[in-house]
Design a binder for this molecule. Sequence first.
Ligand code: BES
Ligand code: ZN
Length: 629
Amino acid sequence: MNRLNWVWLASPLLFACSETVRQDSSLQPTKPQPATEQFEASTDYHSFSNPDQIKVTHLDLDLTADFERSVLHGQATLSFERIDHSAKSLIVDTRDLKIASVTVDGTEVEYSLKPADPELGAALQIMLPKTASQVTIDYQTSPSASGVQWLTPEQTAGKQHPFLFTQAQAVHARSFIPLQDSPQVRMTYDATIHTPEELLAVMSASNDPDTARDGEYHFTMPQPIPSYLIALAIGNLDFKAMGKRTGVYAEPELLASAAAEFEDTESMLELTEKTFGPYQWDRYDLLILPPSFPFGGMENPRLSFITPTVIAGDKSLVALIAHELAHSWSGNTVTNATWRDLWLNEGFTTYLTYRIMEQLYGENRYNMEAVLGYQSLQADLKALKDKDEILAIDLRGRNPDDVFSDIPYEKGALMLREIEQKVGRENFDAFLLNYFEHFAFKSITTQSFIDYLDQTLLEQYPEKLSKQRIEQWIFEPGLPKGAPVPQSDAFSNIDKLRNAWLDENIAASEIKTDAWTTHEWLYFLNNLPQELSEEQLNELEAQFDLTASQNNEIAHSWLMIAVKNEYKPAYDRLYEYLVSIGRNKLVKPLYRELSKTSEGKAFATKAFNEAKSGYHPLTIKANQGFVEK
Ligand code: BES
Ligand code: ZN
């Protein structure tokens, strides 16, 4: 079998066709099927690219944002290294891109765009002249690119200017840049972005807060990063410094409140460095997005993208910032090699988040957040199939977007917590510091982690840790017997009060909630019985005014209760919530719950249809199954 054929076999097509491929026409990916072939742990089943043969090392981007047509157009120049000198073509990923030309040193070269897979896009195969070391692709994006959201002025805080942002993780970078869209491929990048003059562009790269606002912006990212960390946003953005190395970009309307809410970011950065080693990325800034941002946050290097829904006014939801910051170590410095290994990013980051929160806000807050995380994990464990409870999950034939759960996050973190408890915190911290240094700027598989653990902690503490136990955590569903169970004294008190109220021993007015934190509220609400009487709901509402809560997490928990019990007084607020927020974690459970009755589904459909033009493509895809066609 020749080299090219081999590439196609080792690529995602593996889950589609196992025949040796001879002709371009037979490269057609069919719909991803559950794989039966031998599983290869280091293969990225979500990229068509061929880094084993030719590996892209640097990207030069020159893009213009056309807000009239909702397209990005320009050139991507890819510099590469030849790993296999007999390889004749470079294969990159694309999704809904229109390719105008591919050139080497100004001369057009032959290329072919393969038929598109609905989830993974289309491979672009570029025939390379023998001596070429870079290619330039002239292209434009589609207005419906899965990784780009174009917002009208009405969808922003200021209502005057349009806004654009990208979201590349997991497999959407290919919808706005033709590249080897695999976390195994790390590249440096330079970019020039052209925008309407009054707007500012920012990227996951060096951003100069004092840059002249002239519609042309330059960026460099000197550290090699995987493609899913390339990010761009354009809007009417201002900057406010929070500390020496930290600041916020936001629309002017949100800037002061964001900077106040997140003023502890600099301290978070400093204390994380102290325990886990130097911050490798120079500055750490936040970008506050419009409410349609589909995630809580995204750890784009040097510039985390953050939902505005966590600006609660009391710093109660800043664990999100600790989380995105912690990714600077776990994720951005040491990166998962494939999406199967996502838990290496998210589990380590969730563990680090808890540690940061504990150090900055004390044990009490840490305990409460850990219990809430644990409860959320338990809910997922109840709902998920066994195969989806495995840390090193088999994602062949599946889109990583469709498999989002607490498993990589909370189960991953709980395993690390157990190791910490067994070997002692100081020893575990030393291990983590070495781990981040040892694998810095590398993309690693679950197996690399296990092998490293084998040579370090497992060898140092054979009486405390066993490889078998680690493998049970990583490769088996559920939680191993004896796994740590987080506890909070503050919550025990909430349990007493809730039970006393449910047993009608006290009235809601006798529950003293003045000093309750957001976490206590969430624990109180999330642990009420599924079914409550109208009388009980009225009493809670009259006493605590929950429908009016401006804390988006508390409102979410209350609205979930309202939907489960068809508590109509909350439905205006529910409607407003669904049409004004696009963060999937907050809206999806509501849509899912509403879809369980026909009346609920009609309500959900109305809200969804109104909100749809403002929702991100990922939020649309995740929720359209819950509403009427
Ligand atoms: N990197 C993730 C977001 C992500 C994961 C995007 C997988 C696409 C695929 C980010 O760091 C994250 O975990 N966000 C969470 C934060 C929360 C756990 C604190 C979110 O958005 O809810
Ligand atoms: Zn994360």
